[in-house]
Design a protein. Structure first.
Length: 462
């Protein structure tokens, strides 16, 4: 890593903070609209050649990028861990996923085929054409992993990319740009512009030469971007917020469900779009479940992200911690709480609450922090009704030993990514995304490629 630390700011700068220590890691110049324009111009110029690179050669280059990420995995993970405050074990897993995502989509260029459709008087052929310049706007919670979910399929399909990482966590994206160049990706094919969302992000959304926006972040900003992108009829994929349900039926393996619940909501300090932040428990087993959950929460290891035994790090900023703390209001009762360091660092102990009123904010809103809300239910219908009573529809889990019920409930839930007897949501080979206000479009799996290609139909009269 060629990261310089303690560099004096020049003009507008981004101060990159370690949330576990509150120390400045580095200061970077903050990109402005003209930097966004330059990046788009580079991407546009290189699109002409990148789209015509033979599919097999594009595959080789993507494979090399994945291998280069793997070769730098330890350094990248340490940087991600330090900048985002995530446990080093988690960061290593995420960087491994970045490498594997490039390897997975390296298989795509040679498989992007169309159809031939015989019609009266001739034949139609379909082609999956690249769109042009794709702009990705990404959040701070899984900085490089989420970036790779867009960069790899977009490049595989023959697009060029401009990535705007969150200014809180731009470091690994900048490293990826350098790593990709070293791996042989031609200049201008993948460009990173680190600057403010309201400046660089909006410029990319407005830019006439950007064909497509993939935005991952809050639902509020996603709505603004969607409206703005409509002015130029840009293609838009939105990966937004969530308020996912973890439904535990009385016939579940209660110990397994309770053992898995803490990491499903406190993983990444709860700063996870698919956090199972509403735990719905069938009333007859509520007390037993809460006892098991409380034991798990009390034993969570919260502390130094660089310690390999740490399970949860700090929150991203002091402001975000205040927002999370505001959910512990008169409408909630704390039923279990773990421990966290005193500070410095933006620490918040893992906390389990029950609501005192149906209108409790902790039940309805995305907290994006380590607070789980436990709610009782009576029977399958009520579980489904509570789980669907949200503007979001990203993910969720169903714990039961009854296979028919598992499938019945999964079909009834209004969410894009569900797991049975597991809290796992994200796999490179399977589609990931949300219903309702959790977004439009899908990341990962073969389906993601549809969101980075335009379908062209050519008729030949015979
Ligand atoms: P946001 O505040 O929405 O920021 C996300 C990105 O958008 C950042 O790069 C931000 O830039 C940029 N941005 C902000 N305002 C913008 C504007 N007016 N125009 C264009 N870009 C703009 O979200 P966040 O706080 O970073 O992330 C947390 C949210 O992301 C949560 O709601 C979480 O659920 C969601 N999320 C969803 C998913 C999926 S896959 N569904 C995955 C992760 C996170 P700056 O911050 O640099 O200014």
């Amino acid at each position: 890593m060629r990261l310089e630390t303690g560099v004096a700011p020049v003009g507008d700068s981004i101060e990159v903070i370690d949330p576990a220590t509150e120390q400045v890691i580095t200061r970077l110049p903050s990109a402005g609209p003209e930097d966004a324009d330059r990046a788009v111009a580079r991407a546009k110029a290189s699109f002409k050649t990148w789209r015509d690179v033979a599919a097999g050669d594009r595959a080789t280059l993507l494979r090399r990028v994945g291998a280069a990420v793997e070769a730098h995995a330890t350094d990248l993970a340490r940087l991600e861990s330090r900048n985002a405050g995530k446990p080093i074990g988690d960061a290593l897993g995420e960087i491994g996923m970045v490498a594997a995502t490039f390897a997975y989509y390296a298989g795509a260029p040679e498989r992007l085929t169309g159809k031939t459709i015989p019609v009266p008087g001739g034949v139609n052929m379909t082609f999956k054409e690249p769109m042009g310049v794709v702009a990705l706007i990404t959040p701070w919670n899984f900085p490089l992993a989420i970036a790779s979910w867009g960069v790899a399929p977009a490049l595989a399909a023959g697009n060029t990319v401009v990535l705007k990482p969150a200014q809180l966590t731009p470091l690994t994206a900048l490293e990826l740009e350098r790593t990709a160049l070293e791996a042989g990706l031609p200049e201008g094919v993948f460009n990173v512009v680190a600057g403010q969302g309201s400046v660089v992000g909006e410029r990319l959304v407005d830019h006439p030469d950007v064909a497509k926006i993939t935005f991952t972040g809050s639902t509020a900003v996603g709505k603004r971007i969607s409206a703005r992108a409509a002015r130029t009829v840009k293609r838009v994929t939105l990966e937004l917020g969530g308020k996912s349900a973890n439904i535990v039926f009385a016939d579940a393996d209660l110990e397994r469900a309770a053992a898995a619940a803490p990491s499903a909501v406190f993983g990444n300090a709860g700063q996870d779009c698919c956090a199972r932040s509403r735990i719905l428990v069938e009333r007859s087993v509520m007390d037993d479940f809460l006892d098991l959950l409380s034991t798990g929460v009390a034993s969570m290891r919260v502390g130094d992200p660089m310690d390999e035994t740490t399970e949860m790090g700090p929150l991203i900023t002091a402001e975000h911690r205040s927002k999370v703390a505001s959910f512990l209001d008169d409408d909630t009762t704390v039923v279990a709480r773990g421990t966290a360091p005193e500070g410095p660092g933006f620490w918040f102990a893992p906390t389990v609450v029950t609501p005192n009123s149906p209108g409790a904010r902790a039940v309805a809103e995305e907290i994006f922090g380590p607070i789980a809300c436990v709610l009782p239910f009576d029977g399958e219908d009520e579980a489904i009704s509570i789980a669907n009573d949200t503007i979001y529809g990203l993910s969720g889990s169903i714990w039961t030993e009854n296979g028919a019920r598992a499938l019945r409930v999964a079909r009834a839930l209004e969410a894009g990514t569900l797991s049975v007897n597991s809290n796992w949501s994200v796999r490179i080979a399977t589609p990931y995304g949300g219903f309702k206000q959790s977004g439009t479009g899908r990341a990962l799996g073969p389906d993601a490629l549809d969101y980075y290609t335009e379908l062209k139909n050519v008729y030949i009269a015979t």
